[in-house]
Design a protein around this ligand. Structure first.
Ligand code: NAP
Length: 295
């Protein structure tokens, strides 16, 4: 068997164009585009690159991008004051504080300070709680993107056995909540799971969010399973080059799975597309208008 490739890049491009249409309708109705504020603290190069690509994608979707770059030694008080200012700004619909923050900053206190209605990363405990009890919430972007890919690939997920490998607050746990909401029977595995291979082998859906390159082997998979690989780690190859690898041994999995996301080109592009989606949804909810259709 050779698995179908799930083309996250193409799906993300179509989602971004639907977001752009919804942003244009919002701007026509409200007299201003949806706005996303991104806060970057310090010079962490990967974070700076993410922030640049988020800002570019925001503008391409017809939304306003507000970038705030703060020095690495910014005080907790200064950062909180900026969050307060963005909470109060009516032209800002979404606020994203790029993580990780420097060690002297209390990250949870910053996340708690963000207005939950503007929390487009979905990391505020209010949104995590709303997701857990089945209310409308702003949902973390990466797991939301994974769910969209799964529903596009499989349609109705009800009754399927799903495993989420990894239980982080930003990927694993919200992914499990989304799959429960989609009526899957969900196993959450982590570093203390006793027989991971056996748990994976029982599953129709495998979402891997571990950060251990190629941990999940092809012969662990149930034949025909749908595999979503969130992992992306740069690993040095014998020839000295660095290759981006997922958490699933891709070449092996191709022979067993029914469908699989490649790395890169699978989950990665969905994260920014879902951030834009969350921003336009937050803008509509804040304006008291119905959620845009088809997002
Ligand atoms: P994280 O916070 O480090 O969490 C990793 C999880 O994996 C933990 O729950 C950990 O278990 C579990 N784990 C570690 N070793 C394991 C093992 N041997 N067997 C089973 N479970 C194990 O990582 P994260 O932030 O969720 O990210 C995971 C991966 O996704 C990383 O490669 C990251 O780069 C990638 N990522 C990609 C995107 C994207 O846009 N594509 C977005 C976010 C993250 P414990 O809880 O027991 O420690």
């Amino acid at each position: 068997m050779t698995a179908r490739l799930i083309d996250g890049k193409a799906f993300a491009a179509s989602l971004r164009s639907r977001v752009a249409e919804a942003a244009a309708r919002f701007a026509a109705g409200q007299g201003r585009p949806p706005g996303l504020a991104v806060v970057l603290v310090g010079e962490h190069p990967p974070s700076a690159a993410y922030v640049r690509s988020k800002a570019k994608a925001t503008v391409e979707a017809g939304m306003e991008s507000f970038e705030h770059k703060l020095a690495a030694d910014v005080s907790q008080g200064q950062l909180m004051a900026l969050v307060d200012e963005l909470n109060a700004d009516p032209t800002v619909d979404g606020i994203l504080v790029q993580l990780p923050l420097p060690p002297h900053v209390d990250e949870l206190a910053v996340l708690l300070r963000i207005d939950p209605d503007k929390d487009v990363d979905g990391f505020h405990p209010m949104n995590a709680g709303r997701l857990a009890i089945g209310l409308d919430a702003l949902v973390p972007c990466t797991p939301l993107g994974c769910l969209m890919l799964l529903q596009h690939e499989l349609g109705n997920l009800a009754g399927l056995d799903a495993i989420v490998v990894g239980r982080s607050n930003i990927v694993g746990k919200p992914m499990a909540q989304l799959l429960i909401r989609a009526n899957c029977t969900v196993t959450v595995a982590h570093s203390r799971t006793r027989d991971l291979a056996a748990a994976v082998r029982r599953s129709d859906i495998v979402v891997a969010a571990v950060g251990r390159p190629e941990l999940i082997r092809g012969d662990w998979l149930k034949p025909g399973a749908t595999v979503i690989d969130v992992g992306q780690e740069r690993v040095e190859q014998p020839d000295g080059t660095r290759k981006l690898l997922g958490d699933v041994a891709f070449d092996e999995a191709l022979q067993v799975a029914g469908a699989i996301t490649p790395v890169p080109g699978g989950v990665g592009p969905m994260t920014i597309a879902c951030l834009l989606r969350n921003t336009v949804v937050a803008a509509h909810r804040r304006a008291g208008t119905a959620d845009p259709e088809g997002l």
